[in-house]
Write a protein that binds this ligand. Sequence first.
Ligand code: HEM
Length: 419
Amino acid sequence: MTTSPSPDLARLADPAVRPDPYELLRTLREASPYTDPASGIVVVGRRSDCEAVLRSPKVSSDRQGSGVTTVPQMPNLMNLDAPDHTRLRRLAGKAFKPRLIQQWRPRIEEIVRELLTDIAAAGNTTDIVSAFAYPLPVRVICEMLGVPREDHAVFETWARSIAYTVDPQLVPGELSTEVVREVEVARAGFVDYFGRLIADRKRAPRADILSELISAEEQGDQLTERELIITCILLLVAGHETTANLILNGILGLLRHPEQLRLLRERPELAGAAVEEVLRHDAPAQMVTRIAREPFTIGDVRVTPGTPILVLLAAANRDPEVHRDPDTFDITRGDPGHLGFAAGPHFCLGSVLARLEGGIALDAFARAFVGPRLESGGLHYRPHVAVRGPDRLRVSFEAIRLDAVPAAGAVAGSGVRGE
Ligand code: HEM
């Protein structure tokens, strides 16, 4: 298993690799499992190894002080272990029941229509990032949490600053004090804001996720004020850039494979399958990290407590042992599940919402955009390694056909899926 010399893990952090990391991910997967000599990180990229690590009770999600986190973390769902994680997940899960999430379908469709209307009014060219893919999840999660419209912009800025905290540190070194300061400012802003919003909702509950979180109760146990605030921040941050990248990677995949775009236009019932294929083929969350808390062996690598482990979800999703012809983008493939939302106890809490938003957005893109084309020089990527996606996706088009997009509430739910 261990090859010599090992592929250069630090290359993942190279911005030049960002547009297409898949050749590097293939070499990392094929060499894995192995220990990266420069960082001491154990790299796993084969599907079976990734799944084994994600489901193992011998690993921890508490990365504090491990060297793979960039900035101090607040104790939230993503970095807690059982039993604290189990308790928090049960309570937060009550606000994220598929039935509650599906009720948002008409409102999400309405927001999509509003965004398309603005795009149509602005001419025959648009930046999908700023005009469509980013505003959609921010508006949706802000409305779900009950954040008024006039505050969405500041929320987006704070959420982007905190997005740094989910990137693993692949190259030893410090983050600039400027970035750490930005994260601190964003956190302080969120804590203050959500503190006030929670006090408001306690006085006057509404039909939103925040009120559900406040009232969530199990055997007399409820989320404390601090847990509520931290969970709200996590929901906003975890569901924002990832969902935007799902939409962006999906639209890019459709533009690069016009026959798949045609197929989706002809068979809109494939929208859900298209979302699954994007999550597999061009995963918005490319990797997650864990820390070994007990000794174990993976392949011929002996992992000792305290060792950081890099789980390459995006490499596992193209493992030829599991997916036939894995580099091909095919919205009809219907393969066994991918690891786009990870697996095990930390399986994405927002997967139902992400699938719902992604399906509505890709369906609307296929129906509404007439003759869409990626503009030359119109694609550029953000520097983030783990949550990877474009920060510019300029598309020109002949027309926007709003009449081809079903009115809000006209489409029945396309089935609810969990892990
Ligand atoms: C396409 C969009 C999304 C992707 C690709 C994605 C991916 C992931 C992944 C890979 C994890 C596991 C992290 C780990 O194991 O360390 C995760 C966890 C999580 N996600 Fe998502 N996510 C998406 C959308 C959302 C949305 C919309 C929300 C909520 C609004 C959300 C909330 C969460 C939360 C709270 C966790 C932590 C769950 C736990 O640790 O128990 N995600 N997500």
